[in-house]
Design a protein around this ligand. Structure first.
Ligand SMILES: Cc1cc2nc3c(=O)[nH]c(=O)nc-3n(C[C@H](O)[C@H](O)[C@H](O)COP(=O)(O)OP(=O)(O)OC[C@H]3O[C@@H](n4cnc5c(N)ncnc54)[C@H](O)[C@@H]3O)c2cc1C
Length: 463
């Protein structure tokens, strides 16, 4: 080890709180921390050289939010732009303005990548190992509270699935996470693989300049067209004090979202016919909605895609874009051959697959357990979670999209779980008490209990 590295490791810095990540969550966490615990020392460790996380990383054409900024934005900072479904650069500006106006940007240590975290019960503190700068000089911090705001996907590389024959393709293959300014699609034939939020954003945006854009999907997604501007919110903003107007719109949207979700669960057939009716209205009676826009599952069993101002549908109607619902056989020199033998010719293929899921959230504790969101354990079975959300106000934690090896397919986890024999389990990095329902999860309680951090990362039987 060189002298600088040795010096850094022996020179441990202690802070009350360490926030990992300077994205939307990290900046928001710092704001709440400053307000509610003004005496606490803290820093934000940010692996990249810039703040904003998602909204700085993603640069593909049309990048935007998929939900409205009245609910995605901070409760304490009104969203003042006319568009509720906002473009990436406006969201980045919003986050950075909050950081600047509240002195949070001065607390960010850029180029500080957290690589491990371990908890010591005797010392009641975390030791956090960090690599800094391009030379990855190691540094060590200790803190009493480690606040993970590191997002849910791998910043280093998006998940790029392997398709047969990819190496044969003579054009360019692009992943939205790695979009660069030199990607020229004007007048080109583009195929976008996937029909998630990114594809639904990319297809109409690229169709403005491309010769033609094909959205190639294996199976359809539910889509709903909504205006990108919220007329009532804009009206309220003109008539009411800004904070009041923002709070009113925020709550209206939260309640509407909850209502719609409940409707999807209780009356799936009704919602399904409403959603498909909306698409039919946009695309006309002759369009093959059954093949291209009718999913095999019920609304909100998987994510529903918002189409702001119906831009995707307009591009389809104007024949600038089209949808193909088939499976890929292989990439060829000129494009993609599908399993029915037909071929899609392309100059550029964009692969919109999920971002690689969380790796950064995990560390190990002093017992060698994985710490953080991604893994939890029921007996000897390891489960993976895609996401965990903790609301400090309601003190509820939600584990979403639990992937289990025992049950068929995906289970959507909720707050607290109970096993059939009523066993209680604790999960996560120290704040959730859970019962694990097996094989069917259901909510039984919303009790939150701090558990020794030594049990982090695994479910532990209570008591
Ligand atoms: C195109 C797009 C649109 C989206 N639209 C919506 C939407 O409308 N509504 C919604 O709810 N969600 C949306 N999301 C999800 C979105 O990522 C989150 O809502 C939100 O931006 C996440 O903020 P975050 O701060 O938690 O994470 P991120 O934005 O991912 O920020 C995490 C930060 O942590 C840093 N970091 C990660 N690991 C480490 C480490 N080991 N050490 C130090 N720093 C680290 C990263 O560099 C990054 O700066 C969207 C995502 C994408 C890609």
């Amino acid at each position: 080890m060189d002298t600088a590295a040795h010096f850094a490791l022996t020179d441990t810095e202690h802070l009350d709180v360490l926030i990992v990540g300077a994205g939307l969550s990290g900046i928001g966490a710092a704001w709440h921390l400053q307000k509610k615990c003004p005496g606490k020392s803290f820093a934000i460790l940010e692996a990249r050289e810039a703040s904003g996380g998602t909204w700085d990383l993603f640069r593909y054409p049309g990048v935007r939010s998929d939900s409205d900024m009245y609910t995605l934005g901070y409760s304490f900072r009104p969203w003042k732009e006319a568009k509720a479904i906002a473009d990436g650069p406006s969201i980045l500006t919003y986050i950075r303005e909050v950081a600047r106006d509240h002195g949070i940007d001065e607390r960010i240590r850029y180029g500080y990548r957290v690589v491990a975290a371990s908890w010591s019960t005797p010392d009641a503190r975390w030791t956090v190992e960090v690599e800094t700068g391009p030379d990855r000089i190691p540094r060590r911090f200790t803190c009493n509270f480690l606040w993970m705001c590191s997002g849910y996907y791998d910043y280093a590389a998006g998940y790029l699935p392997e398709f047969a024959g990819m190496e044969r393709f003579g054009g360019r293959i692009v992943h939205p996470q790695k979009w660069t300014d030199d990607i020229d699609y004007a007048g080109k034939r583009v195929v976008v693989i996937g029909s998630g939020a990114t594809a639904v954003t990319l297809v109409p945006a690229m169709a403005e300049k491309a010769e033609h854009v094909t959205m190639l999907q294996r199976s359809p997604t539910y889509m709903v067209a909504r205006p990108s501007q919220d007329a009532l919110a804009n009206k309220l903003r003109r008539r009411l004090p800004i904070k009041l107007a923002y709070a009113a719109t925020r709550w209206r949207n939260v309640l509407l979202g909850m209502y719609f979700y409940q409707m999807c669960k209780r009356k799936p057939d009704k919602v399904k016919s409403l959603l498909l009716g909306g698409v039919r209205q946009m695309l006309g009676p002759d369009y093959d909605i059954d093949t291209h826009f009718t999913p095999r599952y019920n609304p909100w069993d998987q994510r529903l895609c918002l189409v702001p101002d119906g831009d995707l549908f307009n591009a389809i109607k104007e024949k600038r874009a089209s949808v193909v619902t088939r499976e890929i056989d292989t990439f060829t020199k000129n494009g993609i051959r599908l399993k029915d033998g037909s071929e899609l010719e392309a100059d550029i293929i964009v692969i919109d697959y999920d971002q690689s899921t969380i790796t950064a959230n995990a560390g190990t504790d002093s017992l060698g357990n994985r710490v953080g969101y991604p893994l939890f354990k029921n007996g000897t079975e390891l489960y993976e979670t895609r996401d965990m959300v903790y609301n400090f106000k309601t003190k509820k934690a939600k584990i979403s999209e639990v992937v289990t090896k025992q049950n068929d397919g995906f289970l959507h986890g909720k707050t607290v779980y109970k096993s059939e024999n009523n066993e209680l389990y604790s999960v996560g990095n120290g704040y959730t008490t859970c019962n694990l329902a097996h094989p069917h999860f259901r909510i039984v309680s919303t009790k939150i209990k701090a558990i020794p951090a030594a049990s982090c990362g695994v479910f532990k039987k209570e008591g």
